[in-house]
Design a binder for this molecule. Sequence first.
Ligand SMILES: Cc1cc2nc3c(=O)[nH]c(=O)nc-3n(C[C@H](O)[C@H](O)[C@H](O)COP(=O)(O)OP(=O)(O)OC[C@H]3O[C@@H](n4cnc5c(N)ncnc54)[C@H](O)[C@@H]3O)c2cc1C
Length: 497
Amino acid sequence: MTDANSNTMLDGERFLDSLDDGREIWFEGERVDKVTKHPAFAKAATSIAGLYDSLHDPDQQEKLTTVDKFGQRTHRFFAPSYSAPDLEASRGAIEVWQRQTFGWMGRTPDYKAAFMAQLAEGHSYYGQYADNALNWYKKSASSVLFINHVLIDPPVDRNQNRVDVRDVYVSVEREDDNGIYVSGAKMVATGSVLTHATFVAVNSGVAARMEAGRDDDMAMVFLVDMSAPGLKMICRPSYEAAARNPYEAPLASRFDENDSVIIFDECFIPWENVLVYRDIETTKGFYAHSGFFNRYNLQSATRLSVKLEFAAGLLMMGTEATGTDQFRAVQTAVGEIVAMRETIWALSTAMVQDPEPSIGGTVVPRLLTAAASRIYATNVWQRVRDLFEAYLAGAPIYTISGPQDLLNPELRPTIDQYFRGTGLEAEARIKLFKLIWDALYSEFAGRHAMYERNYAGNQEQQRLDARRWAIDRGDARRYRDLVEECMASYDLHGWVS
Ligand SMILES: Cc1cc2nc3c(=O)[nH]c(=O)nc-3n(C[C@H](O)[C@H](O)[C@H](O)COP(=O)(O)OP(=O)(O)OC[C@H]3O[C@@H](n4cnc5c(N)ncnc54)[C@H](O)[C@@H]3O)c2cc1C
């Protein structure tokens, strides 16, 4: 048992220091020395550090933190919830953090807390590795650790059995008294360069296809410190590094969560970091058992609600600046985004106020509500982009190359005259439209659209899961009974009395 009410949560400075651990990050052909100082990642690191600082802000601590059953003060979503009000308070904490990033960081540390928190009660599922699971809960909650996850195999040879793609997919090479050695790659780990550890497993679709006797070397769940020798992160381009200044790229320059490919090269995993090893049944079941699915959709829906508020605000201000805001059709576009925000928020409210029981007396959002939120949410952002393109139309392209144009005294009067908005001076109008560009049309925006659509699994799997769960949980019986009842009320001779 930890000391009563211990507070060992990281603050921003200690978070940044904790990343200076020799981790192997590759960017543009070079190994990154200090990730928190590197122009590709430094501002995103500062944004995350701000979240950690808020945990210690007396004005925010009540809303953001709680004390868990071990006496550790932690972010509310890092501890399990035991009642609907508990879960609602956790949503409040998620929302506070999301408002700090305007909904533009998907993988803040609370995302993976959706899984880690449940280990407080669910550790015994991991059998001989149960103590590892409990210790990881305690570590994660007490420090509010930032953990990323990698579930998906690289998009290579998907038509093969996994075991036949061992040159690319993650498998165990060998084991000794101290742990296991793994090699292979995982598709992508968002934000991983700024995290403390990666959680490695397979998603439910892949797990379902695994077979004992064939796939055992790949039937594992484990965590790895990001500084582990043999763990490489190979980054995509950095939109933060490409952003020349905040005026031009106010989002990309501070919220770019680099998605890196993680490669294990005979990476050593000590036994204390292993949760499942060469065990097909436990690998198959851990996802459903953990409550992760139910809970991550709460984090995601809360985040997306904030992002949709931001989108509604942007479209209102953008159309006011162009002088189109009073046109009826343009107003419908704003109304539609408002409705999307309200729908997602209502789904999150259903998730917290009407939960289902889970392991060890905890409650988690109802599975089918979470599944509905997942399907709806992953299509919303595409529609937002459609609406901007149709109703703000070409206005975002009416712009200048950069702040230098405004700072040039020769050019400035021309810009002031011709680039003004409706009731808005040129500098303010350009500032607004640069933000709109970054949110909807930049490379950062393109990656966001791809993220929203895909991060929760492929579009078909999302729907197949909803169907299967409706059948497995008896909801489908209710649907069919309703049809049976309707058909029983008439026959060939007319109404049955
Ligand atoms: C920006 C971004 C960030 C991401 N971050 C992370 C992260 O941090 N961690 C992580 O683990 N993942 C992450 N992902 C990966 C994400 O989870 C996957 O993209 C998602 O699960 C879809 O998988 P896929 O892209 O491999 O598509 P696929 O699963 O290959 O699906 C594409 C299509 O192929 C077909 N298909 C695929 N498999 C089958 C099958 N077995 N049977 C029949 N048809 C099939 C279907 O028509 C499907 O719609 C991220 C993705 C993006 C884009």
